[in-house]
Design a protein around this ligand. Structure first.
Ligand code: BV8
Ligand code: ZN
Length: 258
């Protein structure tokens, strides 16, 4: 059963020229990947995410940080994309123009069929040398459950012997220039008229600027999040549902039996 806000979102989807979708950890929650809001577990339960996701944390204790990222990568490899990831890939195939921007470092959008999502905060699957920045090939298998409570010495760079680090953007690090430029251009210069913010608490900058940039360009901004965020008071439409429930409903209603 659809409510008025969902009907409003369906009309906007049908009329849209360029849809931009912006996602956060909430979209992978129903694939079993913990969001950042959920407390850290296991060895990391006494840490705050923002404390571990920094270059200093890695310098201080590389095995603790590398073990955390390998544990997260293992979880992602064991997970499957959910109907929200699939719904986004479906929208991309129906609208005249589509851009996917994600804060997530998992590969579930790609595995659901979305091609070339813009990864603003990097990826668990592109580690590189902390010293010389050369990319590092990960073993293709699912990493073993890290031993010793999940501390894991990071591998060494074959070229310079430096430690390998996760290919993510840590706090205090700049976003990849190309990704940030592409994301802002999609919203500000390429006629985005419908912007979805899905599964994000919209608290980390500069990524969280994107929905506000879309509003400034008079785009319709639809937020999908079961909880309240700072976007609730500015979004055009708020859908307080789980993404895996509402996205398939919107797609089915906008493009029935296709
Ligand atoms: C930068 C990769 C500057 C790593 C991430 C003080 C000191 C230093 C910096 C700062 C500072 N104050 C502010 C800053 C800037 C800082 C920042 O914004 N900090 C925050 C904490 C205030 N930003 C940075 O540092 C950025 N860089 O500013 O550089 C600079 C400039 C020039 C030169 C040098 C430097 C870099 C930030 C990137 C950090 N890396 N990720 C990793 O993953 O380990 S951030 C990470 O956290 C995510 O990528 C994401 O961005 C954020 C978490 O947000 P969400 O994805 O929204 O997840 P969250 O759990 O919060 O929320 C989930 C939501 O889903 C909830 O609302 C929930 O209700 C909802 N949900 C749950 N289930 C569902 C659902 N929704 C739908 N369906 C469901 N089923
Ligand atoms: Zn190196």
């Amino acid at each position: 059963m659809m409510d008025t806000s969902e009907h409003h979102a369906v009309e906007a989807l049908r009329a849209a020229r360029h849809v931009v979708v912006f996602t956060g950890a909430g979209i992978s929650a129903e694939s079993g990947i913990p969001t950042y809001r959920d407390a850290l577990t296991g060895l990391w339960e006494n840490f705050d995410f923002a404390e571990l996701a920094t270059p200093d944390a890695f310098r201080r204790d590389p095995a603790l940080v590398w073990g955390w990222y390998e544990w997260r990568r293992m979880n992602v490899m064991r997970a499957e994309p959910n109907t929200a990831h699939q719904g986004i890939a479906a929208i991309a195939s129906k609208v005249p123009r589509f851009t996917l921007i994600t804060q997530n470092v998992d590969n579930l959008h790609e595995r659901a069929g979305s091609n070339q999502p813009i990864h603003l905060h990097g990826s668990l699957f592109s580690p590189r040398c902390f010293a010389c920045a050369r990319p590092h090939e990960l073993s293709c298998g699912i990493p073993d459950e890290p031993q010793g409570g999940r501390r894991l010495e990071p591998p060494r760079c074959q070229h310079c012997g430096g430690r390998i680090r996760p290919g993510v953007v840590w706090f205090g690090e700049s976003l990849p220039k190309a990704a940030w430029t592409a994301a802002m251009s999609a919203v500000e210069k390429e006629g985005c008229d419908l912007f979805f913010s899905i599964g994000t608490s919209a608290m980390v900058y500069p990524a969280a600027e994107l929905p506000f940039a879309a509003l400034r360009r008079r785009a319709t901004v639809v937020q999908i999040n079961p909880d309240l965020t700072q976007l609730d008071e500015v979004a055009t439409i708020n859908l307080h549902s789980a993404a895996a429930d509402v996205l398939p409903r919107l797609v089915e209603a906008a493009w029935p039996n296709t």
